[in-house]
Design a protein. Structure first.
Length: 336
């Protein structure tokens, strides 16, 4: 490999995590994001970059434009699906990778990620670049080939659309949110239907990528206001999912606690909630996203599923074998 090729590869790897986090925020899918970043890496490798003064800016621009093109395509596919589409949960790692740290630096709640689907690709790009990656309007303008004033207006319009769609003005108190998540987990594990109902507001919005048990006209988003019969659809869906789960655990997704439902060591569902405080001082669940797609949960299971647990146990066992000195006259079976 030539010195120039080594330098190009080094420049790409230095910003790869940031590019992946950007593409994921744009597309809501880790697999789609990885495909985009791989294509960008190939373009960078083949391009004549001798006159590129700032590789990071060049790569960010190409990644954003590629993600916009991909988003235009996948949005048509998602709109044609019989059931709702939800972003792929990206679990926070205990020992964060470079990709995880880049994602945290561009923190954006899972609920807001879902609402981003309501934006046009250019609006989404401008919003993500400005709000999550701290690009100023001049930088956004250079990437989108617009004027800074036009980009300012695009971001302003995107914010207004998100707030009308229910995006929270500010993040909830983490301690209060964690308490409700734990109460939700306990009620789910106990299959306490009455306890579940008490956790929700009078008119929660429930979004699932699985068909609801009761037919409804809009499978993507199903607001409900009364326990029966409107609530039966999404509640029966959640109840059915819980009945197939052996246990429920709390996990962190994009810095927010969620509930993961597991069966025989594999994650079969992730529940993300939004909460709100009311005048009487109570806090209720006002929205819930239910992710059940095995494809969308594949990355989650790589971190939390049976294979991940086996790998962890193997590393612990290997560590025990290599770190414990055992004499020839000391009869111990480290594999017992």
């Amino acid at each position: 490999m030539t010195e120039q090729a080594i330098e190009k590869a080094s420049s790409f790897e230095a910003v790869r995590a940031r590019l992946l986090a950007l593409a994921y925020r744009m597309l809501g899918s880790r697999a789609e994001a990885e495909d985009v970043v791989q294509d960008v890496g190939l373009k960078w490798h083949l391009a004549d970059t001798q006159e590129v003064q700032t590789p990071a800016a060049w790569l960010t621009t190409i990644t954003t434009r590629a993600a916009i093109d991909r988003l235009r395509h996948v949005q048509r596919e998602r709109a044609s699906q019989a059931t709702g589409w939800l972003p792929e949960p990206w679990l926070d790692e205990v020992a964060p990778s470079a990709e995880e740290l880049a994602l945290r630096a561009a923190e954006m709640s899972y609920g807001v990620m879902l609402l981003l689907e309501r934006l046009k690709p250019d609006e989404r790009a401008a919003f993500v670049l400005h709000e999550a990656f701290d690009c100023d309007y001049a930088e956004v303008a250079a990437i989108l080939e617009r004027t800074p004033a036009a980009c300012r207006q695009i971001v302003h319009r995107a914010k207004a659309r998100l707030q009308r769609a229910g995006a929270p003005v500010e993040r909830p108190d983490p301690a209060a949110h964690a308490r409700i998540v734990e109460r939700l987990r306990t009620a789910l594990e106990a299959q306490d239907r009455a306890g579940l109902l008490r956790l929700f507001s009078d008119a929660p919005e429930v979004v699932s990528d699985a068909p609801l048990c009761t037919p409804v006209s809009t499978p993507v988003s199903t607001p409900v206001s009364t326990p029966e019969p409107a609530m039966a659809g999404w509640m029966d869906t959640v109840t059915s999912l819980v009945e197939h789960a052996s246990n429920a655990e709390t996990v962190s997704v994009a810095g927010t606690l969620c509930v993961a439902l597991l069966f025989e060591g594999e994650v079969i569902g992730v529940l993300d909630i939004s909460t709100n405080s009311f005048a009487d001082g109570s806090a209720k669940i006002v929205a819930m996203r239910v992710v059940t797609s095995s494809a969308r949960l594949r990355a989650t299971n790589r971190m939390l599923g049976r294979a991940a647990v086996r790998q962890l146990l193997a590393r612990i066992q290997q560590s025990a074998v290599t770190s414990i000195p055992v004499g020839r006259d000391f009869p111990v079976d480290v594999h017992a």
